[in-house]
Design a protein around this ligand. Structure first.
Ligand SMILES: O=C(O)C(=O)Cc1ccccc1
Length: 167
């Protein structure tokens, strides 16, 4: 199948967004984007986002002092995190936060990420649907590297409004 790359590690929301935008493609997580090329805006995809509070097995809510997640996820769970009285620490990806907490077997740190991330990194789900807005819809931008006609250095401009797959 064709590939589409999504920013972040496996279990990130962006992976789900890429799969929704390109159903016939396999989403490949990509931890770094080469910023040395031009990107074209191709469209947007909207996803209902349901955040979970993840921790290592055996960790209780009372043990938590810190939460790691993407800044947008931390902001979307403001009420829950304030009630928990945990120190917020922003990282670049929700699933990356889960991977970090799992890898380092942290016992005082939680992370806000998807149910999918809980599965991928074998973490315990302390709470589900912790976002302030029960119907949290988040927009993801689809960007493409400027396609180049093979054999030339000329970029091939695409008209994003003509691409019916992006609807
Ligand atoms: O970090 C992720 O998994 C993302 O895809 C970014 C994000 C963060 C919060 C809500 C939606 C997407």
């Amino acid at each position: 199948s064709d590939l589409s790359s999504s920013w972040g590690v496996s279990g990130a929301y962006s992976e789900t967004a890429a799969e929704k935008a390109y159903p016939n493609c396999e989403a490949v997580p990509c931890e770094q984007f080469d910023i040395a090329f031009e990107v074209t805006y191709c469209g947007e995809v909207q996803l209902p986002i349901r955040h979970c509070l993840l921790a290592n097995h055996g960790v209780r809510v009372e043990d938590l002092t810190r939460v790691l997640s993407h800044p947008q996820a931390l902001a979307q769970c403001e009420n829950t995190l304030t009630t928990l009285r945990v120190i917020r620490e922003a990282v670049d990806n929700t699933a990356g936060a889960a991977q970090f907490v799992a890898l380092h077997k942290l016992k005082d740190t939680t992370d806000v990420a998807s149910l999918g991330a809980a599965r991928v990194y074998d973490m315990n789900v302390l709470a589900q649907d912790i976002q302030d807005d029960a119907d949290n819809i988040t927009r993801f931008l689809m960007l493409a590297r400027e396609p180049v006609i093979p054999g030339t250095d000329r970029p091939f401009k695409v008209d994003p409004t003509k691409n019916s797959r992006l609807k």
